[in-house]
Design a protein around this ligand. Structure first.
Ligand code: SAJ
Length: 413
């Protein structure tokens, strides 16, 4: 069995390596030469637990290239960004990937789309693109099998989570299920292509709306003068309530984007786009809290702890830190960033000592575990202020060291 995986990012690469480690011959394809070279030199281009070990287990069965070639199965795992101006999905990459497969497609080949797309995209856009080579769907097999893995636990979740497979026809669905059985230990549920597309978007939209609710609770708690973290912990003692955690906003390549894919053709939906607005406004709210602490300080410097979109990952796509920094700089603050997980970012990154030197306020944006035990007793800060948007710092210890601490939603504003 030979599998050609298009897109060697956070989803495509682990999927390709899991198939290779399970015995398939895998050609991984990426348009970025730097990614292909890094992999062929024996290195994994991003941080994710277990990947180095998996890469070793896949050795001899995985090779990276910049062009696809003939195979039994083609798997598309390229990004589907959002056009930020129109809030409409940008299908350029999935369309291009399908077009690259078309000349290599033979009857009885199976094509699987893992990328997230608006409902109906497989039928309207991907399949017609694949058919350009002259082999028609029905002759080749087609299924949508959206991924469900969470960055930070990608491999464990890819193996153990249940999955949904939506095939063009029964044969496509069954062959796709049999293929994923090579490494998936969770249940695999079967449906049609458009339902699978819709289900994926519902999942991430559900999470986005739930986080927006937690963020709204955090702001309301400030108005009421109560601590939202204590309130959430108590509310979650109810057997049917599970409030998520507030934070500086929602980032990443999925949850901040997918809800728009669901609503882009709708003339009715309100709640989903309102939730997006709530989450997108959180960096403004965090800056409002920071202002409350540093107002009056001339030429204040702010230090951002954690520019990744969430804890323990190196991914900064759609990170709320980007908007927060822009807003803070526009207001005249000097901003310095510290993130031990991230190697490249839109703004310069400093080491810890440099980042806090003469700073007037630390703002914790990503909940990296390393921040939980951080000791800044000897930090050369100008004013010892902290805004902890994730409620993760060892607050008692820091207050003993003279820090003034505001936690997002602590009711002290
Ligand atoms: N966040 C909060 N509060 C919370 C939970 C998360 O503010 O209580 C924030 C995070 O800090 C982050 C954002 O939300 O900025 C999203 O993080 P996440 O951990 O909720 O999700 P992702 O984007 O890393 O992964 C999601 C997952 N989807 C669901 O849980 C429904 C994952 O299973 C999907 O595979 C992935 O999107 C994807 O690729 O679609």
């Amino acid at each position: 069995m030979k599998i050609c995986v298009l897109g060697l990012g956070y989803i495509g690469l682990p999927t390709a390596l899991l198939f290779a480690a399970a015995g398939a011959d895998v050609v991984g394809v990426d348009v970025k030469e730097s990614v292909v070279n890094t992999l062929n030199q024996g290195r994994v281009p991003f941080e994710e637990p277990g990947m180095d070990d998996l890469f070793l287990r896949a050795r001899g069965r995985f090779v990276a290239k910049t062009e696809p070639e003939k195979a039994d199965v083609f798997l598309i795992a390229v990004p589907t960004p959002l056009d930020q101006g129109t809030k409409v999905s940008d299908l350029t990459f999935v369309k291009k990937a399908a077009g690259m497969i078309a000349p290599h497609l033979d009857p009885d080949n199976l094509v699987i789309l893992e990328s997230t797309v608006p409902p109906g995209t497989s039928e309207r856009v991907i399949i017609p693109q694949l058919e350009i080579g002259g082999v028609m769907v029905g002759e080749f097999l087609y299924a949508h099998c959206p991924e469900r893995a969470i960055p930070g636990s990608t491999l464990r979740e890819m193996i153990h989570n249940s999955r949904v497979v939506g095939g063009y026809d029964r044969e496509s669905t069954e062959q796709t299920v049999a293929l994923y059985r090579r490494f998936v230990e969770g249940q695999i549920y079967q449906t049609d292509t458009k339902t699978a597309e819709f289900v994926k978007l519902m999942e991430n939209t559900c999470r986005d709306v739930s986080i927006a609710l937690a963020n709204e609770f955090a702001q309301l708690s400030e108005e009421c003068g109560i601590n939202v973290w204590e309130a959430i912990a108590l509310a979650n003692k109810h057997p049917r309530v599970s409030v998520l955690s507030p934070g500086p906003g929602v980032g990443g390549h999925c949850i901040a984007i997918d809800p728009w894919f669901l609503t882009e053709n709708s003339i009715r939906c309100k709640m989903i786009s309102m939730a997006r607005e709530v989450n997108d406004s959180m960096p403004n709210y965090v800056l409002h809290v920071v202002r409350g602490l540093v107002n009056g300080t001339r030429n204040a410097t702010i230090t951002v702890f954690g520019v990744a979109y969430k804890g323990n990952v190196d991914d900064t796509r759609e990170s709320p830190a980007i908007k927060f920094i822009k807003l803070a700089e526009n207001e005249g603050y000097t901003v310095r960033c510290y993130d031990p997980h991230v190697k490249e970012f839109h703004y310069p990154l400093y080491d810890l000592d440099e980042a806090v030197r003469n700073s007037d306020c630390i703002v914790v944006l990503a909940d990296h575990d390393c921040f939980r035990t951080l000791d800044l007793a000897a930090a050369g800060m100008r004013t010892k202020n902290v805004v902890d948007t994730r409620n993760i710092l060892p607050h008692e210890k820091w207050s003993r060291e003279g820090f003034v601490i505001r936690v997002l939603g602590d009711g002290a504003g």
